[in-house]
Design a protein around this ligand. Structure first.
Ligand SMILES: [Mg+2]
Length: 190
């Protein structure tokens, strides 16, 4: 089978990348950041900016955007587990494919750099045009932190694995059959 895996929130710690950028470029705001991030809107954890201001800061601020996307740390447990999981999947006849949505051409290039920098190897790489189109690629399973992605994958009849975070586990969110707290747990599922 072909296993899709997301980048931000599963392999790359995008939130820490943003926080680091604010600490360096906007130090007067760093104490106003609200962590953990508990929702999908920027205003929840970056309350000093409007949604549009945060959006521009993260995706369209030149050097700051480059910093966020190239210097964000990996999710610690994922970088530890990655090669073991890839080997486990290959040993069992499966393939591991990156399926990532990056909102601009620029951040997609930074993301490719980040993947190389951390020596992450995939059997295929798919760049999707949005959250809801990840399901359309040649994958049987999708590991993701984004509920919108997980629901659309599940609704399409494919299998979805929620990578559990502080922001995707609200009691009102859909119960998922498959959930993991770190990558190595997929050995119990696949
Ligand atoms: Mg994600």
């Amino acid at each position: 089978m072909r296993i899709g895996i997301d980048l931000d929130g599963v392999l790359r710690d995008f939130v820490s990348g943003v926080v680091q950028a604010i600490a360096i470029h906007n130090p007067s705001l760093i104490h106003k950041v609200e962590l953990p991030m508990l929702g999908y809107s920027f205003t929840q954890w970056l309350p000093f900016w409007t949604e549009k201001e945060s959006d521009d800061y993260v995706f369209r601020s030149g050097d700051i955007t480059e910093y966020i996307y190239t210097q964000a740390p990996p999710i610690a447990t994922s970088i530890v587990d990655f090669n073991k999981i890839r080997k486990y999947l290959h040993d069992n006849g499966h393939e591991l494919c990156l399926v990532s949505y990056q909102p601009t051409e620029e951040v997609m290039e930074y993301s490719k750099y980040w993947i190389d920098k951390h020596n992450l190897r995939f059997d295929d790489v798919y760049w999707s045009s949005g959250h809801d189109t990840k399901k359309d690629f040649d994958i049987d399973w999708m590991i993701d932190d984004n509920n919108q992605v997980l629901y659309s994958v599940e609704d399409s009849g494919k299998k979805a694995i929620r990578f559990v975070t502080a922001y995707n586990m609200h009691e009102n969110y859909r119960h998922m059959k498959y959930e993991i707290n770190r990558l190595k747990e997929i050995r119990k599922i696949i």
